[in-house]
Write a protein that binds this ligand. Structure first.
Ligand code: FUB
Ligand code: ZN
Length: 578
């Protein structure tokens, strides 16, 4: 592994992301309530023999509880409170009570299917739920020191290792996530069986195990082995979760062949299958990646969970390779296609994140963005996924290696690693000045500051810099200044993206901008941009929680992430030129 992550509590952040985290913190108790109302907790009670009734909700209902538990753990690390601990312990005890003596756990199967296990693994999400449980358990022990959920996770992982593998039952879940979860568990337990099972589940795909399960193998990321794939395809969340797990595995096993394959896939994804917002998955049909350059704006799917999985994959690639392009991708996804998935209040969510919302758009289903953001969904994978991601965001800011510290994402705050301590001052993403002060260091330390690929004309310590990491030697008391130009940029898509031919997207710093109806008299559907018009940026503390607005002629643009906080009105990112 080229880079190592920092420990819990080593990074503290303020500013833009801390505002979003505070809003998220207020949503976590509501999440508990929604899990109650939607029946997820009741399913566990029935499985535990504490209540009677039938299981309700989707087959993966338990996973929402686990993602929420993971959010509680990260939030506790950020801002400890007795209330969080109490919620965590109560729900963890319920999960533990629902677990069978032999370690098996999936309340929907236990109750609805009378404990008929693994009869329909491509659809049943039994390993998927296990994966989310394991991730929550790892977060819980790291953030709070509680081992109660870890005990459940280890028992379940051991049951899986007894049941599946090379010389055991050959089968894989239709929805990856167990792979990265088992590697994370291995890093806590050191038990080689956990790593081996992660390897087995990763390598077993692509050999026809899921043929005949009602979808093309592509849907399940089962068309070709992951080490032979050259692109991402099929269901977007499944594809990026699998890739993230494979990246973990490659790092843990030193498997350069696998890492190279993932590099190729990631490059192909960012070049041909990623929206300018970082959104992933362009088809509503099967929630899937489309063909290269198939990137419609109004029918974009770009599920919030897919952006989250994209960040998880990119982070693992970044650690494995030290390549700044992965940090660039994380930035694009986090500030745009991920953050659009949650309201400014932190309590309502988009499942689907289009780049255009037309006048009189018809709400054709529970997930339709035409409803505006919603508190929960029939299929509620995204809300608790947002909660855990925002609560644990500090993890993506910085890393270390033997020579020093790397800053990947910019936010005001502090970074500590061993004897080295930094303070970062910045108004990012509105302002491009980042000042890094070395508060303590045992001697000269190498600071690596990321200059994003968009930041043409950047300087570090007054000298031209980037793109990529600029390495600076610094000692205690030194201040390093990074200046990232915040000029408004217009971006054109690859000519093969027919959907936006003749259009530009407007960007400023890491943010993609959008035209929203609330700022225009002309219908947004009819707006044009005059590329000759001067572009003016103005910070408006009063608007949308405080945003920098961009105007160009008659056009007023707001950050894409903030759209639909004034109602689900027409919006577009790609704007036809005059
Ligand atoms: O299948 C579980 C989750 O539901 C997926 O990750 C989402 O795409 C949604 O289909
Ligand atoms: Zn989702």
């Amino acid at each position: 592994m080229a880079l190592r992550p920092l420990g819990i509590g080593d990074v503290r952040i303020g500013g833009f992301w801390a505002d979003r985290q505070r809003a998220n913190a207020s949503a976590i108790p509501l999440g508990r309530q929604r899990l109650e109302e939607a029946g997820n907790l009741q399913n566990l009670r029935i499985a535990a023999g504490q209540a009677d009734g039938e299981a309700i909700g989707p087959v993966f209902a338990d996973s929402d509880v686990y993602k929420w538990l993971e959010a509680v753990a990260w939030e506790y690390a950020r801002e400890p409170s007795d209330a969080l601990l109490e919620m965590q312990r109560e729900v963890t005890a319920l999960v533990a009570a629902a677990q069978s003596d032999d370690g098996y756990l999936n309340s929907v199967v236990q109750v609805r299917h009378r404990d008929q296990r693994y009869t329909d693994l491509p659809w049943s999400h039994e390993h998927y739920c296990a994966g989310h449980l394991v991730q929550a358990a790892v977060a819980q022990v790291r953030c709070t020191g509680d081992t109660a959920l870890l005990d459940v996770a280890v028992k379940l992982a051991d049951h899986l290792a007894d049941t599946f593998g090379e010389d055991r039952r050959h089968d894989v879940d239709g929805h990856p996530v167990i792979e990265m979860a088992l590697v994370e568990l291995y890093r806590v337990t050191g038990d080689p069986r956990h790593l081996e099972l992660a390897r087995y589940f990763t390598e077993a795909r692509g050999h026809g195990l899921m043929a005949g399960y009602g979808q093309e193998p592509t849907y399940f990321s089962d068309r070709v082995p992951v080490r032979e794939a050259t692109t991402v395809e099929g269901h977007a969340v499944r594809a990026v979760y699998l890739a993230a797990g494979a990246a973990d595995l490659a790092a843990e096993l030193g498997d350069d062949g696998l890492l190279d394959a993932l590099r190729t896939q990631f490059d192909h994804m960012t070049a041909t299958k990623m929206y300018v917002t970082g959104g992933l998955g362009s088809r509503w049909d099967r929630e899937a990646f489309g063909d290269p350059y198939e990137l419609p704006t109004d029918r974009a799917y770009a599920e919030t969970c897919a952006a989250i999985g994209g960040v998880q994959w990119a982070w693992r690639m970044l650690l494995a390779t030290g390549d700044a392009r992965y940090a660039d991708a994380i930035e694009r996804m986090l500030f745009n296609g991920f953050l659009s998935g949650v309201s400014l209040a932190g309590t309502e969510y988009f499942y689907v994140n289009p780049l255009q919302h037309r006048s009189d758009a018809h709400a054709d289903g529970n997930r339709s963005p035409a409803h505006g953001r919603r508190g929960w969904f029939d299929c509620a994978c995204c809300p608790p996924n947002v909660m855990r991601t925002l609560a644990g965001l500090e993890g993506y800011i910085a890393s270390r290696d033997d020579s020093g510290l790397q800053l990947h994402q910019y936010a005001p705050g502090t970074v500590t690693a061993g004897d080295t301590a930094l303070t970062v001052e910045t108004g990012y993403p509105w302002d491009g000045l980042v000042r890094v002060r070395v508060d303590a260091a045992p001697g000269p330390v190498t600071l690596s500051l990321r200059v994003p690929a968009w930041a043409e004309g950047a300087t570090v310590g007054g000298a031209p810099a980037g793109p990529g990491y600029v390495r600076v030697q610094a000692a205690a008391g030194d201040v390093v200044e990074l200046r990232l130009p915040m000029e408004v940029r217009t971006t054109t898509a690859h000519p093969r993206v027919d959907a936006v031919r003749g259009c530009v997207a407007v960007e400023r710093g890491p943010l993609v901008y959008a035209a929203e109806q609330a700022d225009h008299d002309t219908p947004v559907d009819d707006l044009r941009i005059d590329l000759g018009a001067p572009r003016v940026s103005e910070h408006r503390p009063d608007l949308l929680g405080g945003v920098t607005v961009v105007t160009a002629g008659e056009l007023t643009l707001v950050p894409y992430y903030a759209w639909a906080n004034r109602g689900p009105a027409p919006m577009r990112v790609w704007i036809p030129t005059t």
